[in-house]
Design a protein around this ligand. Sequence first.
Ligand code: ATP
Length: 292
Amino acid sequence: MTVVYEKSPAKINLLLDVLGRRDDGYHELETVMTMVDLADRLELAELPEDRVELVSQSPAIPTDERNLAHQAARLMKERFGVSKGVRITLDKRVPVAAGLAGGSGDAAAVLRGLNRMWRLGLKGEELEALGAELGSDVPYCVRGGTVLARGRGEILEDLPPPPPCWVVLARPPVSVSTTDVFARLNLVEITEHPSAERMIDALRQRSFAGVCGALGNVLEHVTLRLHPEIRQIKACMEKMGADGVLMSGSGPTVFGLVAREEKAVRIAGGLRGFCKEVYAVRLLGESPFPRG
Ligand code: ATP
């Protein structure tokens, strides 16, 4: 039986700006994403029969067609006429519905894994285009690394990684719907947009202070108003000395960039007093995936 393994690291948005609403209902985005060393693990085992199965230890996610990883496997089978099936065993470690692109990352991992398992020979860009059919964050998750994404998220440009550092992640126990956050976003109210140019300059200059100074996410306007406890977590991380603090994606996870490991561990320890899901992990600025 053929078995392949894939990892699906969590993403964070160092910058997220919404430039406008498009005629097709999507928003025009400008976002700089990178990855952290906290990942789901997927085992893909070939099945002789025409079936997609998904099992996971996590009670927080659906295991049927609603799961994006399941949808990714169906898409690969149908598009390339593969009559064999696959059993996906998903070891879920990335917090769910957290702004960390957990579902998109799993879908991307299935696209990469099945491309190898079924020897489809698809290039990175072809896999990214397939990913765009599944969701806005999937093309980035196929590629990994540090990237500027525009359009709906499907126009990708590689960027230099941030200088090596630690990331403290704290996921407050509130649920946030990405669709709802975008629907509530009133662009007229946003007078100050984060500058992607400034972030890109900081990355090019390999300046950690520059990256911390250029962090920004317009979706904070919506999510922080809905859930003031996120503001408290941000303030707490700042007080404990994180070098840069921001909410990731549509939230609710807050991340802190920290230059030194000891400090990251200390901040994570302090936050655990009032937030259950806290991690101190390394930043993964370079893509861990081979580029096809
Ligand atoms: P993004 O940052 O891309 O908006 P997110 O991190 O906020 O994503 P996910 O973890 O992808 O959110 O979960 C969003 C929803 O998708 C959840 O309600 C979950 O039930 C559903 N979902 C479907 N497939 C998966 C999966 N493989 N892992 C996690 N959630 C999934």
